[in-house]
Write a protein that binds this ligand. Sequence first.
Ligand code: ATP
Ligand code: MG
Length: 510
Amino acid sequence: MLAMINLNSVIFNGTDITKIDVQVQLSAGLAKPEFNIIGLADRAVKESAERIRNALSALNLSLPTQKLTVNLSPADVEKSGSHFDLPILCGILCALGVLPESELSKYVIIGEIGLDGAIVKTGGVLAASVWANSNNFGIICPGTQGAEARWAGHTNILAPNHILDLINHFHGTQILPLPPVAQPTESENKIGDLSEVHGQESAKRALEIAAAGGHAMLMVGPPGSGKTMLASRLPTIMPEMTAKEILETSIIYSIAGKLNNQSLISNRPFRSVHHTASPVALAGGGSEAKPGEISLAHNGVLFLDELPEFNRATLEILRQPMESGKIVISRAKRNATYPAHFQLIAAMNPCPCGHLGNAALSCSRAPRCAEAYQNKISGPLLDRIDLHVDVDAVNPWEMKNDVNISTETSADVRKRVVMARKKQLDRQGYVNALLDGGDLDKYVVLDDELTTFLNTAAEKMGMSARGYNRVKKIARTIADLRGDDNIIMSDIAEALSYRPINRGKYGVKR
Ligand SMILES: Nc1ncnc2c1ncn2[C@@H]1O[C@H](COP(=O)(O)OP(=O)(O)OP(=O)(O)O)[C@@H](O)[C@H]1O
Ligand SMILES: [Mg+2]
């Protein structure tokens, strides 16, 4: 007798999803059981066989004395991950007549199986649920992830904690309830408010421009001046995430297996990456092509503190996604693409001791050590950073006596940022940082007087063509923050003040 069962699962290729047919066939005629998984399965998938054998014995079932073949189709697509355990086990139970194939084939099935038959958390449930919903399937997923599946906006969800729960459900002895909708939780990392940063008005102003126009920013200054503090508050002045952005970002976290508390990512991500991070940690990759930090920062902030301490090759990875908003991870048999539209904020000391320019504190090797230190960052990367800002130390006496305390909160600043963003989206459909080519000329219009002013400054400063365009883009954002369609002289003058690091107070020869 030949019994061929066909159930549905999915495979993730970056954020793209491909449907996989999980075919289970029992063929008679063997004296002892044989169990094979075929269809370009990786080691994690092959190990399914062992987990499934144990789960079956936990149910007091054993593999029949027949040849059992599991085929994951299409066979030319590489399969990875442990989430095929559940669809394979369900397929075997259908072949044994324990579960009804006609019912299970209406679902996309994903989940890992424990040795005792428990259904364990797996990555990608939200992504799979969104796909299932738009392709008219229900979804069967681990019990602990039912609420995650519900964020996809449908209710055709079965979320058993144990394989027995699923069997009982289809036998009608214990119907599985619809998983509850999880309430969004407060962000795990409380990031504070901009009003907590004393003084630093010019750095705050630059931060506001960065938030409004989506510009990358580099802060340079001595230790303890508040650079990290300022950067961490950027998400609090950026516009709230839209529903589309929340879903996009949450899907990446789902595939990375980082969607905790069953809640969506509804606060803009702030990913602070340590300087020892490897290229794979930053860009993504590894055997399962998992998303890296730049994708986890999608629609949010990527913060690189102590920029020159990063490995140069690691930093160079940022160049392509900073322009395209996505990253392509090349693997042996396929490429995985993840969105990576992040806002880069970097911070650094001007030299290894951090006190360049301060005669009382700087070391005897200044300024040569500063040259070597700053030259660790490549020119092309620095060229992609629109705003370069000096952040000088604040006077502790002033801080202690509450002088210079800004009463402006993050919410106040955010209102202006939201207004300026709206102007950009209404005008050109995207943020000013991405203005280029014909659009730059079309939307940044300078009259003769402004053009002469900018040209003279550019000549004096020895500005590159990219630097020249950068000033125009920043001036556009500054005018948008004023709510003005026209750019005026002070916009250009302010934009010129965010000059590249080598022209600032802490600049050295490059
Ligand atoms: N402008 C400021 N207003 C209020 N507190 C500040 C300010 N600057 C520094 N501090 C205090 O000093 C601490 C260290 O600041 P922060 O880590 O932001 O400095 P940093 O510039 O990043 O230094 P480093 O170069 O060593 O990384 C903060 O946690 C805060 O308590
Ligand atoms: Mg710091």
